[in-house]
Design a binder for this molecule. Sequence first.
Ligand code: DMJ
Length: 613
Amino acid sequence: MGKKSSTPTSGSIFNPKHYLKKPQQLVLVIFGFVSLVLLVSDRQSLTRDHHEVVLRLNNELKQLKLQLEDLKVRDKGSTGLDISSISKDGDDPVSFERREKVKEAMLHAWNSYEKYAWGQDELQPQTKNGADSFGGIGATLIDSLDTLYIMGLHEQFQRAREWVAHSLDFNKDYEASVFETTIRVVGGLLSAFDLSGDKVFLEKAKDIADRLLPAWNTPTGIPYNMINLVHGNAHNHRWAGVISLPDYSLLCNLFTECTEKPAKSILADSGTEQLEFIALSQRTKDPKYLDKVEKVIEELRKTLPVDGLLPIYINPHSGTAAYSPITFGAMGDSFYEYLLKVWVQGNKTEAVKHYREMWETSMKGLQSLVRRTTPSSFTYLCEKNGNSFSDKMDELACFAPGMLALGSKGYGPGEAEKVLSLAEEMQHGNLDEVTGKCLGVCTVGYLALAWTCYNFYQLTPTKLAGENYLFRSGQDMNVGTSWNILRPETVESLFYLWRFTGNKTYQEWGWNIFQAFERNSRIETGYVGLADVNSGIKDNKMQSFFLAETLKYLYLLFSPPSVISMDEWVFNTEAHPLRIVTRDLHQVKSQAERQQKLPTHFRGRKEGRLGHV
Ligand code: DMJ
């Protein structure tokens, strides 16, 4: 078969000579060509217009959904929560007496703050003055608002409210930590708003959040962790991720190259703003806060390994993790906590299902870090760096038993028990009902994290826990860093475990810890930490989280479960309760799109598992 010639013949319509003979046809061709050009360009501009309309409608739809969510919040909380009218079913005289003691401790802490450090960030009780360690934005005052409200300390709450309304000024030329400012200040103000219904708290929350927002303007959307509250220029802690030795800031001062290498974003600092910013979008009806923080999770989800564990340093320019430790302690902890809590905050719907999936994946990773001591078989969580493990656990990681208890509700029966038993103490052997101590024959020992955390306290002379513990074969555990700065994580977990199991042993443990704080940390002018839990030497700082968290969780540990019900509230990582607001399915489309891009180990998992939640 011969090929057709591709050269135009003189009669062909592609040969220009053809049109010399038939000019009418040339006119027709030109007319056709011009029409075609007009049609194509018209279609392009139609598509563009259409795209803009779709974008606008999508935005309006988002705003309407947020208005709907806001109406739900208003419906429940416009007049605030009347704490005094909450049913006290299940209360008992011992618990009543104990929570009154905790309330008295809060009053002592608060009165000292009012007297010596009013409006400043933290009280220094020994020197009887204040310190502005967060830029001078009243961190202790804001962190305390909801605790005062929940304890029914109305006059104190009212005085604090007046200060927020008339004296709180965020216009400070200060390099603030995005994480600390979010969890303490945005969270504290939003919680005060949810509890009281007073709009002044919402306005102030919006003011500070707007100042923090530029921190998320990075190539990946993973935020820088520091920002100037006036100028909005953001950057990372200069020591973060540039060296991987224990005392980062000290070493960075010694080695000048620290400043020259680009610092990384910290996992916990970047993944612990979701609850607050989602809540803010719901309450202001402005999606911009939610958009920023959800983008971070989308980004981290792309690189989440099969075991769900991410190293503590992430490059905000590429989204990739830098070689650095994996831990449930400092700098890792609340990233995992928020994966679960955003799912709870959204009322466990389809729209937030991916958070639960990521959390479940990382809980598999958590189980790979579980170790036991010898000879007493205390359960602990080790840390990991590449392929090597280090037998160290921070007291900070003691939030994990509480998180496991909260998350156990979303599992099917078999898995729920397994996860809860990792959190709880196991009643093997002959135990004292009140103290949980072995009464002679305890052949199996104790197998769970909460028991270990409680023993972080019980094993020291002051009965207060050190900052971290080291585990050596044959020696169980020893205090590593020996200070105690009034941290809340263990009592936080005891609170969750008591709420979810009803086992009063957790109240006893909490009471013992409270008494140790009273004995060691209470002085005439407030509460201080200990520089050393072995000698009992005191420091000079009353941390704002002592009022926000430690005392609040202790108070709730001795209150009936109806006070801040877990069905209606979710606590941020600074113990500020935020109302649960059902997330609608408006995000399902983008979620489905995201699903396409996911590694296969995430696809098609657990369909239906969330069905029985
Ligand atoms: C608090 O600010 C928060 O609980 C945070 O998640 C961890 N550190 C302190 C308390 O120890």
